[in-house]
Write a protein that binds this ligand. Structure first.
Ligand SMILES: Cc1ncc(C[n+]2csc(CCOP(=O)(O)OP(=O)(O)O)c2C)c(N)n1
Ligand SMILES: [Mg+2]
Length: 352
């Protein structure tokens, strides 16, 4: 039987190293200075959005929030590789992808403040709402990809999930189906080393997440998830490959969750502070900044402008979301059924 050609690389692919130097000149994607600035500015905006969310939660102005701090290169590098027609299928940690794709920040804050109207996807934006049940979004993305294939749309479904999600049946079902039907789907696993308090070593006996692709006969790649150039290049390549009918890819972005799992967690109970410290030196924003400085496209004045601008945008978003009138309690009856069953209609009337 002929051997199936599969493209799996289990080495961590890197372009921009920890010192902000290009480790791999041949692999550097063709980016204009403005593209690189956009990467930097988007990562800073995501960081400010995140920082303010954590503060608002402490003040009781936001509910449980899942921080993306440390994962900006994985999120922004991948988000910028999507075209508008592509579908974005998120878990709960992809705030950076939402923002980079143009989802209004005030609406995203509304969601994290516990208001379900915050997950109303703007018309024309190809995205599913946040999925809280771990891994459940993977088969949804595969279904979208199959529909795109059957209707001959040039749209690719890009689904995000964590290392912990790869232990869920949904992940395996999704990858198996995607391999069999060769659907245009890209699977992005942000391996941030932890699933709440469970480290990857206890999550799976597999040495890498990327190698799980082998079992399903699809391509797999392992990328330095704190290197925005490497993430952008690998995700873009996988999307373009899927778009021309050459099948799905599983991408493992090797990164780190700098913050608590959510604001309802305390990492000091289960992580060694030296581990967090080690990753601090691999901060994706600092890394890109060093590169830009060497290239002469970063200086203090530009940086101040970038951070000030991000803070102003975020503060405007906070003002807007906090001035949204509260929802009517009757809303709980409106979005479940197209037509209310008689007994629930009766309850609604009583409630009214
Ligand atoms: C089906 C299901 N089981 C358990 C949970 C509780 N839970 C929320 S997040 C999480 C860990 C997920 O870890 P990972 O997939 O690595 O994603 P990360 O949070 O690190 O981004 C768990 C167990 C859940 N939300 N859904
Ligand atoms: Mg994780």
């Amino acid at each position: 039987m002929p051997k199936k050609e599969m493209n799996i690389d289990l080495e961590i692919f890197q372009i921009l190293n920890e010192d902000g130097r290009i480790a791999n000149t041949r692999e550097m994607p063709q980016l204009k200075d403005d593209d690189i600035k956009r990467m930097y500015e988007s990562m800073v905006l995501a960081r400010v959005f995140d920082d303010i969310a954590l503060k608002l939660q402490r003040e009781g102005r936001m509910l449980t929030y899942a921080s993306l701090m440390g994962q900006e290169a994985s999120q922004i590098g991948s988000a910028l590789a999507l075209e508008d027609e592509d579908w974005f299928v998120p878990s709960y940690r992809e705030n950076g992808v939402f923002i980079t794709r143009g989802f209004p920040m005030e609406t995203l804050y509304l969601y994290w403040a516990g208001d379900e109207r915050g997950m109303k996807i703007p018309d024309g934006m190809n995205a599913l709402p946040v999925s809280i049940p771990v891994g459940s979004q993977v088969p949804h993305a595969v279904g979208i990809a199959l529909a795109n294939k059957l209707t001959e749309k040039k749209s690719v479904a890009v689904v995000y999930f964590g290392d912990g999600a790869t232990s869920k049946g949904d992940f395996h079902e999704g990858l198996d189906f995607a391999g069999v039907f060769q659907v245009p789907c890209v699977f992005i696993c942000q391996n941030n080393q932890w699933a709440i308090s469970v480290p990857v070593k206890k999550q799976t006996a597999a040495e890498t997440i990327a190698q799980k692709a082998i079992a399903y006969g699809i391509d797999g790649a392992r990328v330095d998830g704190n290197d925005v150039f490497a993430v952008y290049k690998v995700v873009k390549g996988a999307i373009e490959k899927a778009r021309v009918g050459k099948g799905p890819t599983l991408i493992e972005c090797y990164t780190y969750r700098m913050e608590n799992h959510t604001t309802a967690d305390d990492w000091k109970k289960y992580r060694d502070p030296s581990e967090v410290e080690w990753w601090k030196h691999r901060d994706p924003i600092e890394r890109l900044k060093k590169y830009m400085e060497d290239e002469g496209i970063w200086n203090e004045a530009y940086d101040k402008e970038v951070w000030d601008n991000a803070k102003a945008q975020v503060s405007e978003a906070v003002k807007k979301f906090e001035s949204v009138p509260p929802p009517s309690p009757l809303d709980m009856f409106t979005n479940i059924y197209e037509e209310l069953p008689p007994e629930i209609e009766e309850q609604r009337k009583d409630f009214e």
